[in-house]
Design a protein around this ligand. Structure first.
Ligand SMILES: Nc1ncnc2c1ncn2[C@@H]1O[C@H](COP(=O)(O)OP(=O)(O)OP(=O)(O)O)[C@@H](O)[C@H]1O
Ligand SMILES: [Mg+2]
Length: 255
């Protein structure tokens, strides 16, 4: 459900999109790097709507445009054509300040190699982001650490944590500002099966219990079984888009 501040914003916002359960809407989106003979068409022109509560797995060979898709949805890259709305706001209409606010409030990223700051503890890695949105930093950081099962590890440095624990800190960091859309690029790529399952269980629960959307890019076909929806990409195009009515529980996934 949208919280009341979100509703208020929508009522005064001329860029509001009609379908409030859509967290991201892409229309006619393409992305070309370079020009002329050396142009790379990373995304062909396509339309995509990502719904609240949806765990969307994106599969496709290397170079098919998966990371580019996350980057345009996350506002890191501007699309060459088309329009993108995230959480009711049109990215193309936003100035740098508006984009920063959207990234802070509505979106977060999780990467394959965690990207934790090695000289900061688990607590501090998360607090850095929590401080961007103000108050109750200690409470919020402790709550997300508990949510990912790492309350006891708050004062450890990344090098003192296992790979799976580091990824859970990265997920806690991505969660601390309660974003509605999480963009994850190979979040289990560096993890073994057991820790991968723990991380996927967390992401699946966030979608289903908290009505957020997670876009999870992976090369691992087995992970598709836990998705509510699976997109397959090839050469910048969506070549397949399948819904699962009863996705596998992430705790049961195997590879
Ligand atoms: N900044 C850039 N400049 C030029 N070309 C780029 C840039 N970023 C991506 N590309 C190209 O766009 C295409 C799509 O790249 P992208 O990183 O989205 O693929 P991917 O599906 O994430 O691949 P992988 O599975 O290897 O991570 C590739 O041909 C890539 O070389
Ligand atoms: Mg990639």
């Amino acid at each position: 459900m949208f919280h009341s501040a979100g509703r208020a914003r929508r009522e005064h916002d001329t860029t509001t999109i009609p379908n409030i359960s859509a967290l991201a809407v892409l229309q006619g989106v393409s992305k070309t790097f370079g020009s002329g003979d050396t142009a790379v068409h990373a995304l062909a022109r396509f339309d995509l709507t990502i719904a609240a509560g949806e765990l969307l797995v994106v599969l496709g060979p290397s170079g098919s445009g998966k990371t580019t898709l996350l980057n345009v949805v996350g506002g890191i890259e501007a699309p060459t054509t088309g329009s993108i709305s995230v959480d009711g706001r049109a990215l193309t209409g936003l100035d740098a300040k508006g984009m920063a606010a959207l990234r802070r409030e509505s979106l977060s990223f999780v990467y394959q190699f965690f990207n934790l700051v090695p000289t900061l503890t688990a607590y501090e890695n998360i607090a850095v982001l929590a401080e961007l949105t103000g108050g109750a930093v200690r409470f919020r950081v402790e709550r997300v650490l508990a949510e990912v099962g790492l309350a006891e590890c708050a004062n450890r440095f990344p090098a003192e944590l296992s790979g799976g624990q580091q990824q859970r800190v990265a997920i806690a960091r991505a969660l601390v500002n309660r974003p509605r859309l999480m963009l994850c690029d190979e979040p289990t790529g560096a993890l073994d099966l057991d820790t991968g399952r723990t991380v996927l269980t967390l992401l699946q629960r966030l979608c289903h219990r908290d009505d957020r959307a997670v876009v999870l890019v992976t090369h691992n076909q087995a992970i598709a079984a836990i998705a509510d929806r699976v997109l397959r990409m090839r050469s910048g195009d969506i070549v397949d888009d399948v819904q699962h009515s009863t996705p596998l529980a992430a705790s049961e996934v195997s590879w």
